[in-house]
Ligand binder design. Structure first.
Ligand code: AMP
Length: 340
């Protein structure tokens, strides 16, 4: 049988989140590309010329209806957050179409308790979780499960404050987490299952509304305006270059996450992932979440980050790195190792 060729495959993804970067990266590596768009949202993919084919569907939930067509085209899906957000991880687990990554990791990422156990077992430092409001002994952030991107989260200083603020949210499923005062830092990693190596791809911080605007209103005016509660609705991402002496710890954290993932969901986590952290003035790195796939924080680096420049000496976005991995797997006849 003839060895598989690059031209036998097409890279496909949903038109949102980090699709521009994924598709551009795939084209740079020589793949032909497909984007699946919600009707009416095709314009960016046309404007930036990253898709060889655009398939429009009424809603991302309709994805299973076009799955057979994608299988016929020998498409390889590169997942991003929109897959799980719009379809749920159980639906994604059922995909028959080629899928880059380890689907078994999705349930660990989708369940806050499972995720926490994984991070803890990897030896990472996590914010404390309060089981009961009466335990609150320091500032906390209250997060709702499946909350629309940080909308409605609130801060509370004690039990009384919590009880007052939770009232409008009756019956909603929430978690009370220690609020870490420091700076948020999102660490972008890539683990190659072909070489066994871990790479730092870059860092970002998020630009969130309204929390990043509150600082523009003086404390005096905030008091006058009454009820200026923070919300964390993501608007965009800003690049960060980290103090170099933090790098050894951050690399080790990524390595420990990968090592642990091999035990909980063999063959383990590979491809892009991100640790969402807050760095304190004591230089403690608290991890409040993991994303086990590409994050939108890599989007500022379509042309590569300072870190990928060091390693590759050519423009290397995370999207392109994924395509490079798939290309290498095809060339070495090891595609099965990178598809779930
Ligand atoms: P999340 O939905 O968990 O990604 O959180 C949304 C935003 O809330 C993050 O981008 C952070 O700015 C902030 N945040 C989340 N958890 C914490 C925490 N434990 N301490 C401080 N800030 C947090």
């Amino acid at each position: 049988m003839a060895r598989p060729q690059l031209s036998d495959y097409r890279i496909a993804t949903l038109g949102s989140h980090s699709a521009l970067q994924i598709l551009k990266g795939a084209k740079d590596e020589g793949f032909s590309t497909i984007v699946i768009c919600k009707k009416g949202q095709e314009k960016p993919y046309r404007m930036f010329n990253v898709a060889d084919e655009i398939i429009s569907i009424g809603s991302f939930k309709d994805f299973p209806r076009i799955e057979q067509a994608l299988i016929k085209k020998n498409a390889i899906i590169v997942p991003h957050a929109s897959f799980v957000t719009y379809m749920g991880f159980q639906e994604v687990e059922k995909f028959k179409v080629n899928y880059y990554g380890n689907k078994r990791i999705l349930r660990w990422e989708s369940d806050r308790n499972a995720e926490r156990n994984w991070l803890k077992a990897a030896g990472l430092s996590l914010p404390r979780i309060y089981r009961k409001p009466s335990e609150i002994d320091r500032p906390v952030i209250v997060k709702f499960h499946g909350a629309g991107g940080g909308k409605g989260y609130f801060l509370a200083r004690d039990e009384e404050d919590f009880k007052k603020k939770i009232k409008p949210y009756n019956l909603r499923n929430y978690v009370i987490q220690e609020y870490i005062i420091g700076v948020p830092l999102y660490v972008h990693y890539f683990h190659s299952s072909l070489t066994g190596e871990l790479e730092i791809m870059g860092f970002d911080k998020r630009y969130e509304s309204n929390v990043d605007g509150i600082g523009r209103i003086s404390a005096r005016d905030q008091m006058v305006l009454n009820n200026v509660d923070p919300s964390y609705v993501i608007v965009g991402n800003t690049p960060i270059v980290i103090r170099e002496s933090f790098l050894p710890r951050l690399i080790e954290m990524g390595e420990n996450i990968v090592k642990r993932s091999k035990k909980i969901a063999p063959p383990g986590l590979f491809g892009p992932f991100c640790l969402e952290t807050v760095l304190t003035p004591d230089e403690d790195i608290k991890v409040f979440e993991i994303s086990a796939r590409i994050v939108a924080g890599t989007n500022p680096y379509t042309h590569g980050s300072p870190y990928t420049w060091l390693r590759y000496n050519e423009p290397m976005s995370t999207g392109r790195r994924i395509a490079r991995e798939i290309r290498t797997a095809i060339e070495q006849d090891r595609l099965k190792e990178v598809l779930a």
